[in-house]
Write a new protein. Structure first.
Length: 127
C-alpha cells in the first residue's frame, strides 16, 4: 500500500510539473500576441499565482510521500495569499486612480466589506 501511495504521489508531482511547464509556454505564446498590456499583466499575475499554488501542492504531495512535513506547504499558501492580496490591492488602487474602476464597477461593495473585515482582523497584530 505504501508503494502505491508513493507511486501515486510521483504521478501527481509529475503532472503538476508538466502542467506548470505548459502554463509557462502558454504565457510565452500570449506575450508574443497582441493582447492589451493590462490584460496581459493580469494574465501574468494569474499564472504566477498558479505556479506558486501548484508548487505548494507538489511540495505537500512530495513531503507526505517522503514522510516529511507537508504542513510547510500550508504555510507557503498563507504567505502566497498575503503576497497576492498585497499586490492585488496595489493594482486596484491604480485602477481607481486611472478610472478603470468607478462607482458602477461590479463587486465594490463586497470588496469594501472584505477589506474592512480583513483590516479588523489584522488589528489584533498591532501596528
Amino acid at each position: 500500500m505504501a508503494t502505491a501511495t508513493f507511486d501515486n504521489s510521483l504521478a501527481i508531482s509529475d503532472r503538476i510539473q508538466a502542467t506548470t511547464e505548459e502554463l509557462y509556454h502558454l504565457e510565452e505564446t500570449i506575450c508574443r500576441s497582441s493582447v492589451d498590456a493590462r490584460v496581459l499583466h493580469g494574465f501574468r499575475d494569474a499564472m504566477e499565482h498558479a505556479r506558486r499554488a501548484s508548487g505548494a501542492v507538489r511540495r505537500w504531495v512530495e513531503e507526505r510521500a517522503d514522510n516529511g512535513d507537508p504542513f510547510s506547504a500550508v504555510r507557503s499558501v498563507a504567505a502566497e495569499r498575503v503576497r497576492v492580496a498585497t499586490h492585488t490591492l496595489g493594482e486596484l488602487a491604480i485602477d481607481v486612480e486611472s478610472g478603470d474602476l468607478d462607482f458602477d464597477s461590479a463587486g465594490l461593495g463586497d470588496l469594501r466589506a472584505a477589506v474592512k473585515t480583513l483590516n479588523d482582523r489584522l488589528a489584533r497584530f498591532g501596528k
